[in-house]
Design a binder for this molecule. Sequence first.
Ligand code: BGC
Length: 252
Amino acid sequence: MTTHTGHSFGIDIGGSGIKGAEVDLKNGEFVGPRLKIPTPQPSTPHEVATVVAQIVREKEWDKPVGITLPSVVSKHTVHSAANISPEWIGVDTTELFSRYLDVDFVVLNDADAAGLAEVAYGNELAKTGPVIFLTLGTGIGSAFFLNGQLFPNTELGHLTVGTNEAEVIASSAAKEREGLKYKEWAPRLNRVLQEYEKLFNPQAFLIGGGISRKFHKWGPHLTIDTPVMPAQLQNRAGIVGAAMAVLEGLEP
Ligand code: BGC
């Protein structure tokens, strides 16, 4: 049982799309349709913040919004930009978004937001013990939880595994880019998870992102000892976690 209440609004900024929806925090479900606008290229702070403001305006939302970025965000400052314009590095998010939005907001890492949503509304396993949540998309995002408490801004997608960064080897974008079948891509993910297992020894891995919908196709090819489960919120999680973060003061 969760104790979340009220309606909120989340915006998930990704490498390919910027998505926003109103969320009912009682059950983590969207209220009305999600609005998705392609991420402008180049994805500079000005271009992206303009789209964020457009989503809030088109959805006629006039209360606080939660916003995710595919970046390390600490004390309102952006510290990394792997799949977004490098102009984001050093940006003060309070200063930036207050120029575009008339409502209050919080900004946090996309995987942290998605993990928070999974803990609240998804797989019960995320609530106890040490669990690593991963989201596979353009990159690999990570969120560490101990008994449901987030340790923010971990960046496991950038751990070197063999000769390359984990996300270059095993993100879903890598699968697309190289035209790999699920059974060809799964051993790569397995290799990456093996490395994470060796270093962090979690009780389970929870895997989110759009590709988690196809878990039945690749999950059976994994051979690591630690249990691997698909996250239940799939690619809804980022928006839901952002919406939670702003209403519940979860900004890391
Ligand atoms: C970024 C992370 C982000 C992940 C998923 C990585 O490239 O460094 O901050 O969580 O992609 O979007």
